[in-house]
Ligand binder design. Structure first.
Ligand code: HEC
Length: 112
C-alpha cells in the first residue's frame, strides 16, 4: 500500500512539473501581449483570423507538441517566406532576441 501511495505521489509531482513548464508566468504573459502590439505584429496577425499572416491559433496548432520555439523566434526576427502562403514575413531588426524568444513561446503556447 505504501509503495502504491509513493507511486501516486510521484506521478502527481511529474504531472504538476510538466504543467508548470507549459505555462507562462503572469508577468511573461503581460510582457508578451504588450510586445506583440508594441512591435506592430497586430497589423498582420490576429488571434483567430488570418489577416496578412496566419492567425496565432493556426500557428500554435501547426507546431503543437514540436520543439520549434528557437526556429520560430529566429523567423520572427529574420523574416520568413513560403511557409504559409505567398506573403513574406518581414524581418524585424528592432526586435531583440529575448523579446523574440518570449513572443515565440507565447504564440506556440496558444497566445493566452
Ligand atoms: C507585414 C505583415 C507582418 C507583420 C508586421 C508581422 N508578421 Fe508574422 N507573418 C506574416 C506572414 C505573411 C507570415 C507567413 C510567412 C510565411 O509564409 O513563411 C508570418 C508568419 C509568422 C509566424 C509563423 C512563423 C513560422 O515559423 O511558421 C510567426 C510566429 C509570426 N509571424 C509572428 C510575428 C510576430 C511576433 C510579429 C511582430 C514582431 C509579426 N509576426 C509581424 C506577416 C507579418
Amino acid at each position: 500500500m505504501k509503495i502504491m501511495l509513493n507511486m501516486a505521489m510521484g506521478m502527481m509531482v511529474l504531472v504538476s512539473a510538466s504543467l508548470v513548464q507549459a505555462q507562462m508566468k503572469p508577468a511573461e504573459l503581460t510582457a508578451a501581449q504588450s510586445a506583440f502590439s508594441a512591435y506592430g505584429c497586430t497589423s498582420c496577425h490576429d488571434a483567430s483570423s488570418r489577416i496578412v499572416g496566419p492567425s496565432l491559433k493556426e500557428i500554435a496548432a501547426r507546431y503543437k507538441g514540436k520543439k520549434v520555439s528557437a526556429e520560430v523566434a529566429k523567423r520572427i526576427v529574420e523574416g520568413s517566406e513560403g511557409r504559409w502562403g505567398t506573403m513574406p514575413h518581414p524581418s524585424n531588426a528592432a526586435l531583440n532576441q529575448a523579446d523574440a524568444a518570449l513572443l515565440a513561446r507565447w504564440i506556440l503556447a496558444g497566445a493566452p
